[in-house]
Design a protein around this ligand. Structure first.
Ligand code: KE4
Length: 422
């Protein structure tokens, strides 16, 4: 029995499924999870002594790479000042300031502790602000495990084939409307019927939970126009794309300004942080200045704020265009290697993110993503992991490059791909 195997056995006795988040079980790829002892730069180390090139990067937060010296130093200093105050502190202003300065759609921002808390709060605020109950989301998009959004979620739910989930009352998802990603016609039809009652459109401006799916030309602008026409809010879930697709998120990259933005992952620099923000007139409705309630014991935690602040401050100086070019070149090379082996591959990539779908068809929504052959993905995942390349254990997730990866890591990755057997 490996060390990870033994730890997994212990964990399963006292933690449901042995993990604190379902997709980590690796059940979808017929493997057991590796228990991780440490991570540095582009590398993650298992308890079994395996050093692997990491493209999960904690599911997105570690764009700087693991354990960045500037973040680590700041955290050590913050630790000496205490771990939690339950009162306002300077680091909250510091992080909020960087977010507001970076994102054109955010005048004010409220910190919470996860992406789920961010989208849950933004949903309540959109309903409170508009006085409407309905919300439109897209199949294959995942906005955290908020009851109202588990109507046909991507990410873990899609991998585990849980289209909705027990425990969510029918009357809750009755207020949730679904359209296919990139299908503006469907959105127009839904708004023609329900537009006056729709509080908000929630969308991942670049979808990352059915694998990576890019918005087609005109899709995001179309949503912006439709929301304006019916007086609904446009909410960008930028938990993945915020500070990832560009330093000003997808909203800056595409120059489409949402009414509200949900954030997580990168803004915490690896510590638990979520946030939601938007136009001042909307955010003023949040307690205590407004009447829409939301709260959190550890919101604005000084350690988490410090990690997020030094992460964003450091990212602000980084060359996103170069990393995008390097990522595109790596992903295209991986695709070419797989095609040479006779494997059907369709690639989606943007900035430092990519997904290889095991299908010949272009992937532009959840239905086309589901055509990706999961048996081929399983072979790909396990052989790459055996060769020290650590990928997300699901065909409905993304590979994340980082500023800590370089030519050595990318060559190791291509070398492993050249040895794949199908
Ligand atoms: P968290 O509650 O997991 O911090 O964030 C939820 C969330 C919200 N919105 C988007 C676009 C997201 O991608 C997520 C979480 N992403 C998944 C993986 N794609 C987290 C991994 C997991 O569930 O363990």
């Amino acid at each position: 029995m490996t060390i990870s195997g033994d730890l997994f056995e212990q964990a399963r006795k006292i933690i449901p499924g042995g993990v604190n988040s379902p997709v980590r079980t690796c059940a979808g790829v017929g493997a057991d999870p590796l228990f991780i002892s440490k991570a540095n730069g582009a590398y993650i180390h298992s308890e079994d002594g395996h050093k692997m090139v990491d493209y999960v990067m904690s599911w997105g937060p570690m764009l700087l790479g693991h354990n960045h010296p500037k973040v680590k130093k700041a955290l050590h200093e913050a630790l000496d000042r205490g771990t939690s105050f339950g009162a306002p502190c300077q680091p909250e202003i510091d992080l909020a300031g960087l977010i507001v300065d970076a994102l054109p759609g955010v005048d004010m921002v409220r910190m919470v502790n996860s992406g789920t808390e961010a989208t849950m709060s933004a949903l309540r605020l959109s309903r409170g602000y508009t006085g409407r109950s309905l919300v439109l989301k897209f199949t294959g998009c995942y906005h955290g495990h908020v009851d109202a959004f588990l109507a046909s979620a991507g990410s873990g739910a899609a991998t585990l084939c849980i289209p909705g989930t027990p425990g969510v009352p029918q009357e809750v998802v009755a207020n949730t409307l679904l359209a296919d990603y990139n299908n503006l016609e469907q959105v127009r039809e839904i708004f023609a019927k329900h537009g006056q009652d729709i509080a908000a459109i929630f969308v991942e401006p670049v979808a990352g939970n059915m694998g990576l799916v890019l918005p087609q030309e005109g899709f995001l602008q179309g949503l912006r126009d439709i929301a304006n026409e019916y007086g609904s809010l446009l909410v960008f879930d930028e938990v993945i794309t915020g500070f990832r697709v560009s330093y000003s998120g997808a909203q800056g990259y595409y120059n489409i300004i949402p009414d509200m933005t949900c954030l997580g992952k990168i803004i915490g620099g690896g510590l638990p942080v979520g946030a939601y923000g938007g136009k001042k007139e909307i955010m003023d409705r949040i307690a205590p200045c407004g009447d829409v309630y939301q709260a959190g014991t550890l919101s604005g935690n000084p350690l988490a704020m410090t990690a997020g602040y030094y992460t964003l401050k450091t990212l602000k100086e980084m060359d996103y265009d170069q990393l995008a070019a390097d990522t595109g070149s790596l992903a295209e090379s991986l695709k070419d290697i797989l095609i040479e082996k006779g494997v059907p591959v369709s690639l989606n990539t943007i900035s430092s993110i990519f997904t290889l779908f095991f299908t010949d068809d272009e992937v532009h929504d959840f239905d086309s993503a589901k055509k990706s052959d999961q048996h081929l993905f399983k072979k790909f995942y396990n052989q790459m992991r055996d060769q020290g390349i650590y990928l997300a254990p699901s065909g409905f997730e993304c590979a994340f490059n980082s500023f800590a990866h370089g030519s050595d890591e990318w060559e190791k990755t291509l070398e492993a791909a050249r040895k794949l057997k199908f």
